[in-house]
Design a protein around this ligand. Sequence first.
Ligand code: ZN
Length: 144
Amino acid sequence: MSLQNEVKKSRSFLFRLPHGCDLLQELNRLCSENGITLGRLEAIGAVQSAQIGFYDQTTRVYEFMTLGRSLEIVKLTGNVSLKDGKPFVHAHIALADRDGTMYGGHLSEGTIVFACECLLESFEGSRFERQPDSQTGLSLWSKA
Ligand code: ZN
């Protein structure tokens, strides 16, 4: 497979999210308000509670797990592209409790920030739009 979808880093932002915000909603809002339609992001910090998803490849349904307690964000990593014409953040998160036990999965709404430091890099390049993918049942980039 030849890689044809080269992107160029255009802008980088370092910022902190407000205490008590919904992590995924806030990232989506920031991308929309700042016109970021393609990019990558990473973050560290802590959450007051978390909601993470696991995609069951057989049933093709997301199963969600609620972690109703304070946890460290060991790493959040994700990307920004377009879905239904709007900026869409897809992120996965690794969380740890006080014993260092790790939990992780697909970041979902309902994850509440205690403190969060983010790096967001926006890219210039061709348009990345998510489309329904029949092989997986997911909404994926149509570009290979
Ligand atoms: Zn995911």
